[in-house]
Design a protein. Structure first.
Length: 307
């Protein structure tokens, strides 16, 4: 409780009442409320913040963080926030097995035609015409047909063998590429860091360690790792084309559009934001979930099928 008291901040000009019952682990704002807030845009979001929380400092108060000092960095507090608001990690899609890759390789139209041709060739090689027809032919022609019948299966078997080789090589290449890609992606996620303020110190932490309530510093060239609300900005412009498709840079300010979304790029300026959504609860995570690209979504679908 001492740590939580240290994290609580009183502001001279802003005093929001927290008499209503606290939610989600004694925080004054719930995960659902934060998600609903981050789905709003520009003036709608600003109006919602003013009506429900007063301003961004009111949100900081409810999240028990300081806009100047940030979180205390206490591991117990960080774990509690991750338990309530989630971790800044989007579970990857379950990798395909080698057999699944083999089955996908077999769907190629050219290979299907070769498979049919091989089956037809093998069927004809083992087909024996009626004896009545053979009686009309001479001894030499009968001997030639018997010789062809004994070796006719080789052509069909060769086609099937070539199809098997192509399928196995294709599946192995896809499997090895996917494995390398996941290894590279995991290494990038571990090495990628972002600047936050904790305990009054400006430090860099792994993106996966960012949690709701962190005060993050954003600057030109950054890829935002989480959703947040702008606390202070200096001519900040964001490229939101990855989420909205809008090519024009969006200017962010406290009095017009203070919401910053994960997966967007900082194109100009700098500023500070309070993190309000991470991982699957951020806008990028929600999109991944809707597209079925997240591992948790697949697990939920499997559970529903089993039920």
């Amino acid at each position: 409780m001492g740590d939580m008291a240290n994290n609580s901040v009183a502001y001279g000009g802003v005093k929001n009442s927290l008499k209503e019952a606290n939610h989600d682990g004694d925080f004054g704002i719930t995960l659902a409320e934060l998600r609903a807030l981050m789905e709003l845009r520009s003036t709608d979001a600003l109006r919602k913040i003013q009506e429900s929380y007063g301003d961004v400092y009111g949100i900081c108060t409810r999240l028990k963080t300081s806009p100047n000092e940030g979180l205390s960095g206490n591991p117990v507090d960080i774990e509690r926030r991750e338990a309530v608001f989630g971790k800044n990690f989007i579970p990857p899609k379950k990798p395909k097995t080698f057999l699944q890759l083999v089955w996908e390789a077999l769907q190629d139209v050219t290979l299907i035609i070769l498979e049919i041709a091989a089956i037809v060739s093998l069927g004809l090689s083992f087909y024996q015409p009626p004896e009545g027809d053979n009686a009309l032919c001479g001894d030499v022609s009968v001997g030639e047909e018997e010789g062809e019948g004994e070796t006719g299966w080789i052509e069909g078997a060769a086609i099937l063998l070539s199809v098997v080789c192509v399928v196995l090589v294709t599946a192995f290449n896809d499997w090895s590429k996917e494995k390398q890609f996941r290894g590279l992606q995991s290494r990038i996620e571990q090495e990628q860091k972002f600047t936050v303020i904790r305990g009054g110190q400006v430090i860099q932490i792994p993106v996966a360690d960012i949690t709701v309530g962190d005060i993050a510093q954003v600057k030109y060239g950054d890829l935002l790792p989480a959703d947040g609300i702008l606390i202070q900005g200096n001519d900040l412009k964001i490229d939101e084309s990855s989420l909205t498709g809008e090519s024009d840079h969006v200017k962010k300010s406290l009095d017009k559009d203070p919401l910053l979304l994960s997966g967007t790029h900082v194109m100009e300026g700098s500023g500070r934001m309070v993190v309000t959504a991470v991982g699957i609860n951020s806008q990028t995570g929600i999109i991944f979930t809707l597209l079925g690209a997240g591992g948790e979504e697949e697990e939920k679908k499997d559970e529903k099928k089993k039920k």
